[in-house]
Design a protein around this ligand. Structure first.
Ligand code: VOV
Length: 250
């Protein structure tokens, strides 16, 4: 029997990414005097403003804050940066804010924007640039979840010949393209970086698009046979006013 064709797809990487989810320690936060809460809030907003200021710089990165629904978290910050060391500083920067004493860790994820070249690189450099070094899309809702490709006895993605994986990724792309208008997807690779193999971050103006897309994809073989998923987090973009309203109720 011929040896199976074992060939990892070539990948190219862009921005490094940190997803940082926090839960507010409401009882302790509410027990602070109002002046102290205002001061800590101001400091947090200053920090978030500084994070977002890199967006004016070419390939400088991007940062956004989100409110998170369900009890899994209250707040999330997503950072894209060209150098992974910057993410270490950003993580420490949030911890150094006084309000960090009231922001309990809920979940976090470290990964890097990845294109797998199943179809070869795009011949248009500006397309590659936009996909590897994007701004965080200005869409109201964000959906994040980590995933693996299965390595079971029956279905093992990593044992498949490259040609079969390529065919399956074509099918995956076909389903995805139906939603290309409503949903922007940013796939980050985390093999060797975090507990799952990929991070999936989707952006849309309404969460119904996440449901429709993810449900339809469940029937596609690349997902139905081979994908395993971690927890889902849904966020809504949070402006400084939204964060103030959340934390001070005004
Ligand atoms: C808007 C929807 C959308 C679209 C258009 C889309 C297209 C594409 C293309 C063309 C390609 C391949 C080349 C590349 O660009 O890397 C990919 C790649 C990938 N995808 Fe995707 N995907 C979408 C959406 C989309 C979703 C919703 C998921 C989660 C799966 C689910 O069931 O919940 C996903 C996963 C992935 C993964 C993990 C990879 C990397 C696989 C690998 O083995 O390397 N993806 N994806």
């Amino acid at each position: 029997m011929a040896a199976p064709e074992v060939e990892a797809p070539e990948t190219i990487e862009g921005y490094w990414v940190l997803h940082d989810f926090r839960r507010i320690d409401w009882p302790r936060w509410r027990s602070l005097p109002e002046a102290a809460r205002s001061r800590l809030l101001e400091e947090l907003l200053g920090f978030l403003g500084e994070c977002a200021s890199v967006e004016g710089v070419e390939r400088g990165g991007s940062s956004r804050a989100y409110r998170v629904i369900t009890q899994k978290a209250d707040l999330a910050v997503i950072h894209f940066r060209p150098d992974p060391a910057q993410l270490f500083d950003l993580q420490a920067g949030l911890w150094r804010c006084g309000i960090a004493d009231f922001l309990l860790p809920a979940y976090s994820y470290f990964s890097v924007i990845e294109l797998s070249l199943y179809r070869g690189p795009s011949s248009r450099p500006e397309v590659m640039e936009r996909r590897l070094y994007p701004r965080i899309p200005d869409r109201r809702y964000m959906c994040f979840y980590p995933m693996n490709k299965r390595r079971g006895e029956r279905y093992n993605w990593y044992d498949l010949p490259a040609s079969e994986r390529r065919e399956m990724m074509k099918g995956h792309g076909r389903v995805g393209h139906k939603y290309a208008e409503q949903v922007t997807q940013i796939i980050t690779g985390s093999q060797g970086l975090d507990d799952w193999e990929w991070g999936v971050t989707l952006f849309a103006d309404h969460p119904i698009h996440f449901k429709k897309l993810v449900y339809e994809m469940r029937f596609d073989p690349a997902s139905s046979r081979y994908a395993e998923f971690g927890p889902f987090y849904i966020g809504m973009t949070a402006s400084p006013q939204d964060i103030t309203a959340l934390l001070l109720g005004s």
